[in-house]
Design a binder for this molecule. Structure first.
Ligand SMILES: [Ca+2]
Ligand SMILES: [Ca+2]
Length: 484
C-alpha cells in the first residue's frame, strides 16, 4: 500500500465524534473549596489538598490518538489519560520553542511580557521574572512538596529554586550512529539497548519512585519526557509498529509559501524539506516520529499505572501537555519555530477529580499560559495577580460554555499570532500579516490577509496582540551553544 493523504479536517473530525459519548459521572472526591485557607494545608486538612502530576512531552505535536492529528498515531496510554478528564482540542503554546514556552508556562508570563523569546535566555536574567515564584515554587511556599525528573524547563536552565528535589535528565542509552538514518539535522533509527536504560524510562522511574513514597504534604510532581524531540530513536519494537509504506502522509501544497510574508518564508526550513523529498525518505521520517511518540506514550503508561497503584489517584490532578507542535513537511518545513498551526497547537488534557467529567472535549481556544492560574484555583489558592493567563476551571466544569478569549502565541521579538476558534491572525515584526480561515482551510494554505472581507476579523483579533514587547532579556551562551 502506498502512503495515503488525509486532510487535517478528516483527522479532527475523528476527535469530535470519538469523545462525545462518555458517561458524565464525576470521579473521586471533591477538591478543597477555592476559598479555604491554605493554613489548613500543612496541618493535613481532612480530605487534603490535591496533588498535581504534571506530565510534559517535548516537541509533541497533535499526533496523539485523542488529539486527532494523525490517523496512524498509536498512543493508548495518553488516550487512557485523556479519557479521565477534559481534552482541549484547541490549546496553543505561548511560544513555539522550548525555552520561551516553558519559561512562560512556569512563570505565568508571556514572552512579550518577560523578553524571553529564545533558547539562550535563562528566564532568571529577565528583570521581569528574575525573582518570580514559578508555579512549583509558589506551591512550595504554600506548603506543597515539589519534585521533578527530566525536562520541565529548558534543559540548560533547570531552576533549582523551583524544587525540593530534582533529578536532571539522564542522557540514557544512546543509539549506535551506524543504526541511524540522517537527512540534514533529522536523525532517526531503532536503538539496540534495553528500554529501561533509555532517558524517558529513567524519568518515568523517578516519577514512579516519588509516587511510591509516603508523602506528608500535598505534592507537585513534574515528569518531563524528552521524546519525541530529535533524534528520533526508540527500541525497535516501536519502529515495527509503523511500516513506512503504510503510513499516511499529511498533505503538502508545493507553492504554499508563495503567499506568506518574507519573515515566515525565512523561518521555514525549505532546503531541509527538499532534501527529505529528494531522498524519498518522508514516509520513513514520519514513521520514526510516530514510533518515538509511541515509545514516550509507553512511559506515560508506566507512570499512570504507578499512580493507580499509589493510593493518590483520587486526590491527584493530572495535567498532560506538550510544549509546542512540530511540522513534518507541512508548509515545506521540518521543525517547530513558526506561527502556523502545526507548531502553535499543543496537546493539553487536564484530569481534576471532582471537577472534570471523564472523556470530555473542550473546543474553546486556550493557552498553556493558563496552566499557572488554573492550578492555583484547583489547588485552592487565591488568584495570583500579574499573571498573563486566566484560570480554565470554568471550562473544566463546563467545556462547552462560551469563552471569548483567543489563544496568543509569540515568537521572537515583535511577532505574534492570535487564534480564535475559526481564525488565525498573525502579525510579524515588519507589519506583514497572515489570516487563515480554519473552517474552510484547516491546513492554512490560503493567506487571506489582503482580502477586504477579512478586515473585521483582523481588527477584532488585533486587539489581542501585545500592546508592547518587552526588550530582549539578556542572552547567555554556554559552551557548545551556537551564536546567531
Ligand atoms: Ca520543545
Ligand atoms: Ca499558502
Amino acid at each position: 500500500m502506498s502512503p495515503t493523504k488525509l486532510d487535517r479536517r478528516d483527522f479532527l473530525g475523528r476527535l469530535v465524534g470519538g469523545a462525545a459519548a462518555a458517561g458524565l459521572s464525576r470521579i473521586a472526591r471533591p477538591l478543597m473549596a477555592a476559598t479555604e485557607p491554605m493554613a489548613a494545608l500543612a496541618d493535613g486538612a481532612p480530605g487534603g489538598c490535591p496533588n498535581v502530576l504534571f506530565i510534559v512531552s517535548d516537541d509533541l505535536n497533535d499526533w496523539v490518538g485523542t488529539f486527532g492529528g494523525h490517523p496512524n498515531a498509536h498512543t493508548h496510554n495518553i488516550d487512557r489519560l485523556c479519557r479521565g478528564g477534559v481534552t482541549f482540542q484547541r490549546a496553543y503554546t505561548p511560544s513555539p520553542l522550548c525555552n520561551p514556552a516553558r519559561a512562560a508556562i512556569m512563570t505565568g508570563k508571556m514572552p512579550s511580557t518577560t523578553g524571553v523569546y529564545d533558547n539562550r535566555q535563562p528566564f532568571r536574567l529577565s528583570p521581569v521574572v528574575k525573582d518570580a515564584a514559578t508555579l512549583p515554587q509558589y506551591l512550595m511556599q504554600q506548603g506543597y512538596y515539589a519534585a521533578a525528573g527530566g525536562k520541565i524547563y529548558h534543559m540548560k536552565y533547570p531552576d533549582p529554586p523551583s524544587w525540593n528535589d530534582y533529578e536532571s535528565l539522564s542522557m540514557g542509552a544512546q543509539p549506535d550512529e551506524d543504526d541511524m538514518t540522517a537527512v540534514g539535522k533529522l536523525k532517526w533509527g531503532p536503538i539496540d539497548k534495553p528500554e529501561g536504560a533509555t532517558a524517558d524510562a529513567i524519568v518515568a522511574d523517578y516519577t514512579i519512585r516519588q509516587l511510591e513514597r509516603k508523602h506528608d504534604q500535598p505534592f507537585f510532581l513534574g515528569c518531563g519526557f524528552k521524546k519525541p524531540h530529535l533524534p528520533w530513536f526508540a527500541p525497535a519494537k516501536y519502529f515495527e509498529m509503523f511500516p513506512p509504506d503504510k503510513i499516511t502522509l499529511p498533505p503538502i501544497k508545493d507553492d504554499d509559501l508563495d503567499d506568506v510574508p518574507p519573515i515566515a518564508r525565512k523561518w521555514a526550513k525549505t532546503e531541509l524539506h527538499q532534501a527529505v523529498m529528494d531522498a524519498g525518505r518522508r514516509p520513513e521520517a514520519v514513521a520514526a516520529y510516530l514510533a518515538t511518540v509511541s515509545y514516550m506514550d509507553a512511559q506515560v503508561g508506566r507512570v499512570l499505572d504507578a499512580l493507580d497503584a499509589s493510593g493518590y489517584a483520587d486526590n491527584t490532578i493530572i495535567v498532560f501537555w506538550g510544549d509546542h507542535g512540530w511540522h513534518l513537511g507541512e508548509k515545506r518545513h521540518w521543525a517547530k519555530c513558526t506561527l502556523w498551526e502545526e507548531a502553535a497547537r499543543a496537546p493539553l488534557t487536564i484530569v481534576a477529580p471532582g471537577v472534570t467529567s471523564p472523556n470530555t472535549v473542550c473546543p474553546r481556544t486556550v493557552s498553556l499560559i493558563d496552566l499557572y492560574p488554573t492550578l492555583m484555583e484547583l489547588c485552592g489558592l487565591e488568584a495570583k495577580p500579574g499573571l498573563d493567563g486566566v484560570s480554565l476551571v470554568p471550562l473544566l466544569k463546563d467545556p462547552q460554555r462560551p469563552w471569548d478569549r483567543p489563544a496568543v502565541t509569540d515568537f521572537k521579538y515583535g511577532n505574534t499570532s492570535v487564534r480564535s476558534e475559526r481564525w488565525r491572525y498573525t502579525r510579524y515584526a515588519d507589519g506583514t500579516e497572515e489570516v487563515y480561515d480554519h473552517d474552510a482551510d484547516p491546513m492554512e494554505w490560503t493567506n487571506l490577509a489582503d482580502d477586504p472581507a477579512c478586515a473585521e476579523v483582523k481588527t477584532d483579533l488585533a486587539r489581542w496582540l501585545p500592546k508592547r514587547y518587552a526588550p530582549e532579556a539578556p542572552h547567555r551562551y554556554l559552551p557548545g551553544d551556537r551564536r546567531p
